[in-house]
Write a protein that binds this ligand. Structure first.
Ligand code: PMP
Length: 410
């Protein structure tokens, strides 16, 4: 036992620690703006109608079973998933330049990327935004990938620090890996404009960097899959002759498959005459198989079946598009209502950033002390950085939240 005596006790994960305190709080008016999961206007988890229909069809199928998938997961999922990321008429897809495998949701896709970088691109640093989703650091560090940061959020103006961002990309050693949030940046909710994306991708190209797109909110952010894939498709087009691109795709948010762990990892090969694309893609796919085999053996089937069913049925796809509009428009409505209430109350400060940001989160600008007081005095829970999950707001709690923010800000 002495062997294990010196193992250090770690603090609980910050986000799941909030969840725990929230659950134990007995105040009736408590509000959870911590975890990034969609809630309906009653504050309840929402099973998408497209998911309910897909589940029904799966259960009614006479061939329904719980057999293993192949090592690379469901090809019905990964090929349909590639089409929504890259577009039905993607040149890279038509040219067979994309290798796609199933992953354990977005986290698992990032883990595959991390393993791939440490095995095949050793010594290259990965650049992540400051701030970013906390798990990015942990995932890449765990695989021995060196991480560095690029400036992103300018706190004084609550805008993008484009100058710092571009300078870091240009100063980074040639061939570094740059992680970009495809849309709905977590935690800030602040995305580059289309013009800014163009400058970012040009800067990346000028240094032969490799882009890793983290796509956890496609369709969830704006309700429109194409709009939310803008940056990825621009990247694939502009970087086609430069370098490979990684895409880590999650269906947690846009299909509401949080706990079912459905996702994909895609690797886009560059378009170069001296590359035998089929051969390289085959080699890469075999390496991905070997990596997946030793870690999960076979990816989980249930969520993959549901998502594949939706993506491969025109009728269910249509319903799903509607479902994403339902989610994104409710969040937009809550953003506006919160901003309007804060302004109407005369709460000190400016609040337009709440409606200008998009996706699940808003970086409110509230200080750690204010966040603490929100929790202790008002039973409103959010992350100490001031990140609020807007999906946790509804018509039943927004008045309380707006008044609570007013009290802590004054
Ligand atoms: N990337 C980002 C930026 C995220 O916000 C999340 C979810 N919080 C993920 C990846 C991955 O989530 P999951 O593993 O549940 O798909």
């Amino acid at each position: 036992l002495t062997l294990l005596n010196n193992i250090q006790q770690l603090p609980p994960d910050a986000l799941f620690g909030i969840k725990q305190r929230y659950t134990q709080d007995s105040r009736a008016n408590k509000v959870d703006l911590g975890i990034g999961a969609y809630r309906d206007d009653k504050g309840k988890p929402w099973v998408l109608p497209s998911v309910r229909s897909a589940e029904k069809l799966i259960h009614e199928d006479p061939n329904y079973n719980h057999e293993y998938l192949g090592i690379n997961g469901s090809p019905e999922l990964s090929s349909a998933a590639a089409k929504i990321v890259f577009g039905e008429d993607s040149k890279a897809l038509q040219q067979g330049r994309i290798a796609s495998v199933q992953s354990l949701s977005g986290t698992g896709a990032l883990h595959i990327a991390a393993k791939f970088i440490s095995s095949f691109l050793p010594g290259r640093s990965l650049y992540i935004s400051e701030p970013t989703w906390a798990n990015h650091n942990a995932i890449f560090k765990s695989q021995g990938v060196q991480t560095a940061t690029y400036p992103y959020w300018q706190a004084s103006t609550k805008t993008l620090d484009m100058e710092g961002f571009l300078k870091t990309i240009k100063d980074a050693p040639t061939g570094s890996v740059i992680l970009l949030h495809a849309c709905a940046h977590n935690p800030t909710g602040l995305d580059p404009t289309q013009d800014q994306w163009s400058d970012i991708i040009d800067a990346v190209a000028s240094k032969d960097h490799i882009v890793l797109f983290d796509s956890a909110y496609q369709g969830f952010a704006s309700g429109d899959l194409d709009r939310d894939a803008y940056a990825i498709r621009l990247g694939v087009e502009k970087l086609a002759r430069v370098s490979p691109i990684f895409v880590c795709q999650s269906f947690a948010k846009n299909v509401g498959m949080y706990g079912e762990r459905a996702g994909c990892f895609h690797l886009v090969l560059p378009e170069q005459e001296n590359i035998d694309t089929a051969k390289v893609k085959g080699a890469i796919t075999s390496q991905l198989s070997s990596l997946i085999r030793s870690e999960v053996s076979n990816p989980p089937a249930y969520g993959a079946k549901i998502v594949a069913k939706i993506l491969n049925s025109p009728e269910l796809t249509k319903q799903w598009h509607q479902d994403m509009i339902t989610m994104s428009s409710r969040i937009t409505e809550m953003r506006h209502e919160l901003r309007d209430r804060l302004v109407a109350q005369g709460t000190p400060g400016t609040w337009d950033h709440i409606v200008e940001q998009c996706g699940m989160f808003s970086y409110t600008g509230l200080s750690p002390e204010m966040v603490k007081r929100l929790e202790t005095q008002h039973a409103v829970y959010l992350v100490s950085s001031g990140r609020a999950s807007i999906a946790g707001l509804n018509h039943g709690n927004i008045e309380h939240v707006a008044k609570a923010i007013d009290e802590v800000v004054r």
